[in-house]
Write a protein that binds this ligand. Structure first.
Ligand SMILES: [Zn+2]
Length: 191
C-alpha cells in the first residue's frame, strides 16, 4: 500500500480570546513571545505575556506560581529568561495550558505539507502535527484534497476512508496526529 505523510504546520500561535478591562469587551490577545520571571524572596513566578490586540493591555498566563528556584532545572530557567522560542511555542501552542488560565482558545492558521493523491489509489495516510491541535481531521483532509462536505461524507459512508484505530471521522480532532486508510478496492467492489 502506498504510504503518504502530511505534516500540519501552524502558521500562527493559538489565538486567545479574553475580556479586556480597558476595551470593555472580549478581545483577541496575541502572545508577546516573552516570559516574565519574577523573583520574590525564596519563590519564583513565571508568566507568558499576552497583549490585547486593540489596546496593548497585557495579560499574564501563569506558567509557574510561587515555585522554589531549586525545583526548576537551571537550563529550563535560562530558557524562560532568554524567551527561548521552543519554550514559548510549547506553552503558546498548548490549548489546555491556556484554558487552565481561564481564556478561550481559538484555532491557529495552518498549512498542510505533503503530497496529494488521487482517490483512485489505495493509500495509507499519516497526518502529523508537532503540537496537539483541535482542528478537525475532516477540515484538514477536505482542504488538502479539495473535497466538498458531501464528497467527504460519501467517502465515510462507502467505507472508502477509515481511521486506524477507528474514530468518528465526521467529528474527530487531529490532536497530535491520525492515520487514515483510503481504500480504493473496497469502494470499487461496492460499485
Ligand atoms: Zn484592550
Amino acid at each position: 500500500m502506498k504510504k503518504i505523510i502530511w505534516e500540519v504546520q501552524s502558521l500562527s500561535l493559538l489565538p486567545v480570546l479574553k475580556y479586556c478591562k480597558k476595551c470593555g469587551r472580549k478581545n483577541l490577545f496575541a502572545c508577546s513571545r516573552q516570559f516574565r520571571v519574577n523573583a520574590q524572596r525564596r519563590y519564583l513566578d513565571i508568566w507568558l505575556i499576552y497583549k490585547c490586540c486593540a489596546c496593548n493591555t497585557t495579560w499574564n498566563a501563569t506558567v509557574y506560581s510561587r515555585i522554589s528556584p531549586q525545583a526548576i532545572k537551571p537550563q529550563l530557567l535560562d530558557g524562560f529568561y532568554k524567551n527561548d522560542n521552543e519554550l514559548v511555542e510549547k506553552y503558546a501552542m498548548d490549548s489546555q495550558f491556556l484554558q487552565e488560565n481561564g481564556v478561550e482558545v481559538g484555532l491557529p492558521q495552518y498549512s498542510v505539507i505533503g503530497d496529494c493523491f488521487s482517490l483512485n489509489e489505495t493509500v495509507q495516510l499519516e497526518i502529523k502535527s508537532k503540537y496537539s491541535l483541535s482542528v478537525k481531521v475532516s477540515s484538514v483532509v477536505r482542504s488538502k484534497l479539495l473535497l466538498s462536505e458531501k464528497e467527504y461524507l460519501q467517502l465515510i459512508i462507502s467505507g472508502k476512508i477509515k481511521s486506524l484505530p477507528n474514530q468518528d471521522l465526521k467529528k474527530c480532532k487531529l490532536k497530535e496526529g491520525v492515520t487514515l486508510v483510503f481504500d480504493n478496492e473496497l469502494q470499487m467492489s461496492r460499485i
